[in-house]
Design a protein around this ligand. Structure first.
Ligand SMILES: *[C@@H]1O[C@H](CO)[C@@H](O)[C@H](O)[C@H]1NC(C)=O
Ligand SMILES: *[C@@H]1O[C@H](CO)[C@@H](O)[C@H](O)[C@H]1NC(C)=O
Length: 296
């Protein structure tokens, strides 16, 4: 008994140390079942529940894909999902995890995984919409096979920045530049979280040249980790009631730290395949927020 108690104390101390050393890493989500925070969005019969809803599998076949969304809306927080993507020949399929407000001038923060032929790499595309304006795609290859195991994909969103993480490695930062560069920033429209799997063989794989091979259907993507660490607000709310008081509002989460910027730069150098900020054909003039993207 005494030994057990001591071990517990030692483990707690180690945990605190770990937390200090990684002061600016987002908190780890706790594990809750799907039903606590989420509901199906469409094609309910294509969602399979495993282990009492701790794992959910989305099925895509010729008839339809499917998707789910949070019950609530959130204004700022840390939003993560553990995902295992469609394995084997996934060309033409897109699996997504994103946040979006529900109005016409909507805000949106996207992770989209573009499938590929067996053995060919997935592309992770990210995008940010503010006030209905998107066209901010960035694309990377991942440094692991996302179909073999679960990996975590998360977004830290506060008044200062939107940071995208893959397993705690930052892959993109969109800073609040509304003050200095006049770029709209999502700060007053609560968003829901969405996940989905659908057929997008008109554009997803090699620009739409590789079509979905339906002889491999159904395509299955798996999800875990349905905790939502956000400030819940009604869809019409303009602000979060606890604004400024939550962990993600604190100074250490207002920017990435030096080690995180080093990792981000490494991801940039080694894995980037597309960045709207450097696409001269598309944007003759560099979009204003790209001034900060370049500093990375
Ligand atoms: C972030 O954006 C809001 C609204 O656009 C603005 O009022 C605020 O000053 C900005 N904060 C920072 C740190 O730039
Ligand atoms: C699919 O594989 C091809 C060949 O390796 C590659 O050019 C492409 O970027 C990959 N990903 C997608 C989604 O097209």
């Amino acid at each position: 008994m005494a030994t057990a108690r001591w071990l517990l104390a030692a483990a707690a101390a180690a945990l605190m140390l770990a937390n200090c050393a990684w002061a600016a890493a987002p908190r780890k989500p706790v594990d809750v079942p799907f039903q606590k925070n989420y509901v199906p969005t469409w094609a309910e019969d294509h969602i399979h529940y495993v282990d009492g809803g701790r794992e959910v599998q989305l099925y895509l076949d010729r008839s339809t894909g499917t998707g789910f969304q949070t019950r609530g809306s959130y204004l700022f927080g840390h939003f993560s999902m553990h995902m295992k993507l469609v394995g084997g020949d996934s060309a033409g399929t897109v699996t997504a995890f994103y946040l979006s407000s529900q109005n016409s001038e909507h805000d949106e923060i996207d992770f989209e995984f573009l499938g590929n032929r067996t053995g060919q790499p997935y592309i992770l595309q990210t995008n940010v919409f503010t006030g209905g304006k998107g066209d901010r795609e960035q694309r990377i290859y991942l440094w692991f096979d996302p179909t073999k195991d679960y990996h975590s994909y998360s977004v830290l969103w506060n008044l200062y920045m939107i940071a995208f993480f893959v397993d705690d490695v930052p892959i993109r930062v969109f800073k609040n530049s509304s003050g200095d560069l006049g770029v709209r920033y999502p700060f007053s429209q609560p968003m829901k979280l969405y996940s989905s799997l659908w057929n997008a063989d008109d554009w997803a794989t090699r620009g739409g040249r590789e079509k979905t091979d339906w002889s491999n259907a159904p395509f299955v993507a798996s999800y875990r980790g349905f905790h939502v660490d956000g400030c819940e607000a009604s869809a019409e709310a303009r602000f979060c009631a606890t604004q400024g008081a939550r962990w993600w509002d604190q100074p250490e989460f207002r920017d990435l730290d030096g080690a995180q910027y080093r990792k981000l730069r490494e991801v940039r150098q080694r894995y980037t395949i597309y960045n709207y900020c450097t696409d001269r054909d598309r944007n003759a003039a560099m979009p204003p927020e790209c001034a900060k993207d370049r500093d990375v």
